[in-house]
Design a protein around this ligand. Structure first.
Ligand code: CAA
Length: 285
């Protein structure tokens, strides 16, 4: 089965980015959001990103229009019924993801369709078992910003059919142009298992008054050659996501390096979620 029509559940920062990637790859892409307002925000976010690419001469007018034509937005999950691949990219809540996968299982008609989750940390098997087709459920983990970051992690669960893993790997590589690393179904997969303790460590240093946010970030950009410092990157990922991923890793491994610092909890409680709310370790207003 060729993947021609892609459904994205959740058109936020990650889902919108993934939708841009699939639409740019010439695939009919339908994005499902929870309300018309959220769907409109998702559409305008993708349009802004494509507009930048057009202004910078990365794509021409005809390509820009063709990509926009590949995209539709809906509030109805049933509009994803004829998709060959669905990528779920809602917040890191197991209950919400389980509910969505159970609904997708009932809605998506083709028995060959692949149901993928972009979760950063929730076990793929737990999500798969919310469906009656766990052999067709797989982890497909993109990185933020998805249109720019070259990597995708492919994570089969113990129930994923090996042909499904092969198919999404080939799809991510040949159709989306990404580089794939394969990971086991363990919290954090490859990248977050290494990245998250580093980012949480930077927050602890800041919390302890070890150095200013600017100096911690400058230290890692200029001293270690990272494109962004850890606090800037945490703001980009979203501090709510950082908290949830840290909690999941901590629950799985019990290692204090994964324990979210109190400051992170307080910032999330106070609505300082990073770039998306205009305030995190830095002020974006
Ligand atoms: N959407 C689409 N394109 C974007 C974009 C976005 N949100 N942000 C930047 N870009 C594009 C720009 O348009 C530009 O494109 P061109 O070169 O084609 O003109 C290109 O990216 C570079 O952007 P800038 O020149 O504005 O800025 P930069 O050189 O500082 O790069 C960056 C920005 C790519 C984000 C870079 O800073 C970077 O790589 N940062 C690290 C990001 C990272 O580590 N992400 C992983 C987070 S972890 C994760 O996502 C997993 C998880 O589960 C938590």
């Amino acid at each position: 089965m060729a993947i021609q029509r892609v459904g994205i559940v959740g058109g936020g920062q990650m889902g919108g980015g993934v939708a841009e990637v699939t639409a740019r790859s010439g695939l009919a892409t339908v994005v499902r959001e929870v309300s018309p307002e959220a769907a409109e925000r998702s559409r305008s976010g993708i349009e802004r990103s494509l507009g930048r690419a057009l202004d910078r001469g990365k794509i021409d007018e005809a390509t820009h229009q063709a990509i926009l034509d590949n995209l539709t937005f809906t509030t109805e999950l049933s509009d994803l019924s004829d998709c060959d691949l669905v990528v779920e990219a809602v917040i890191e809540s197991f209950d919400l993801k389980a509910e969505i996968f159970a609904e997708l299982d009932a809605i998506v008609t083709s028995p060959d369709a692949i149901l993928a989750t972009n979760t950063s940390s929730i076990p793929i098997i737990d999500i798969a078992m919310a469906t009656d087709r766990p052999d067709h459920v797989v982890g497909l983990h993109f990185f933020n910003p998805a249109p720019v970051m070259a990597l995708v992690e492919v994570i089969p669960s113990v129930r994923t059919d090996p042909s499904v893993t092969e198919q999404v790997t080939a799809f991510a590589t040949d159709v989306l142009g990404k580089t794939v690393v394969a990971a086991k179904d363990r919290a954090g997969f490859v990248v977050n298992m290494l990245l998250v303790p580093y980012l949480l460590g930077a927050m602890r240093m800041f919390e302890d008054g070890h150095a200013t946010a600017e100096d911690i970030d400058t230290g890692m950009t200029l001293g270690a050659g990272h494109p962004m410092g850890p606090l800037t990157l945490s703001d980009l990922i979203g501090l709510d996501t950082m908290l949830l991923v840290g909690e999941t890793l901590q629950a799985e491994y019990g290692d204090p390096a994964y324990a979210p610092p109190a400051l992170l909890r307080r910032m999330v409680a106070g609505g300082h979620l990073g770039r998306k709310t205009g305030r995190g370790f830095y002020d974006y207003s």
